[in-house]
Design a protein around this ligand. Sequence first.
Ligand code: CO
Length: 433
Amino acid sequence: MTPEIHDLCKFLDASPVNFHAVAELERRLRAAGFEALDMADRWALRPGDRRYVTKNGSALFAFVVGRKPAADEGFHIIAAHSDSPCFRVKPNAEILCDGGIVKLNTEVYGGPILYTWFDRPLSLAGRVMLRGTAPLRPETRLVRFEMPLLTIPHLAIHFNRGVNEGNPLSKQKDMLPVLGAIGPGESHQGLLRRMVASKLGIKDENDILDYDLSLYDTTPACTTGMNGEFVTSGRLDDLSMVHAALTALLATAETPSGATRVMAIFDNEETGSGTKQGAGSPMLAHILRRIAAAQGCDEEDYLRGVARSFMISADNAHGVHPNYAEKQDPTNHPYLGGGPCIKINANCKYMTDADSAAVFRALCERAGAACQDFVNHSDVAGGSTLGNILTSQIPLRGVDMGAPVWAMHSARETASCSDHIATTRVFKEFFSL
Ligand code: CO
């Protein structure tokens, strides 16, 4: 395994859910000299300063202040998302079944391929809110039960002989995970709260006011293929693009640049981006405006900066599937190992146009990376992503792209190691402009 892919796997394993992905980003940024800024404080920035801001603990925006004010050189932005489809624990989740078996009530987050979550060693991770010094200031703690804790057992084939001929699933009935078995006299009520309290060393479980807990697969990321040419893991969409953006930002942080480099990692892409920490919010616009203001730019100068800016919206694409080549567009067959894909859609689900695609192709040329085109088969409805949602907040010039994957939104997706390395190289070229 190359050092780049080893580091990607470490990043994926450290990031079971969005909150932990952001905490891991913070840890790596701080180690590289980036300092936290608070949206509630006044900002003073000098050229070359490395700073980051988080939102809700699940979105993160890191930047290196350019040598020139925004009006002269603008912003170079790479956007990606921290969230992935999963199952979130509902309030009052414990359900007692025959024999003291306790299962958890959950709600589906985003659009996972449901049956890929069966019969896996699952665990729980997320954030816990503790009673703070004032009602508006609860204390946040991250929690992660490292050990396999849960499983969603599939129904035996003997109870459904038609299971391999198609098996519709109910999110409420079929997908509830088993947490364990309790003994006589033990109560299932508040079990999860007691487990969280004990895991975090909290003496009075009533100090836990609320939590966001999600299921994750404990199986670590690894390479596969006879030459180790693929990487397989949960959450490659979109943490592989987050990792490529971070690697490029850290590698170029010392390189002098007139433009301000920005890495924007949003939450809630998988549910439509419509939250304060999602791409539909004005969060990034506020940050860019405040960077410009700290550089002495007025509103007109800021808008001049926006006009000089460029964004890469990085979210994975679909590589042609060896068993389903017919699902792909007839003349565009992006494959795993063929390089990053430019994502193109006539109805503007992607922000790419010929102008921004030309920019990305030129960057790939500079990086010595091959580049592929992804368009949907015209009879297949495609997904959408961050780019066109962001442009409703800031009219940025930019491109939608992503490394191709198989099995997008499966509990385990597969990508190509060489595509990841190539994507990182292209991002470094962009941040070196
Ligand atoms: Co995605």
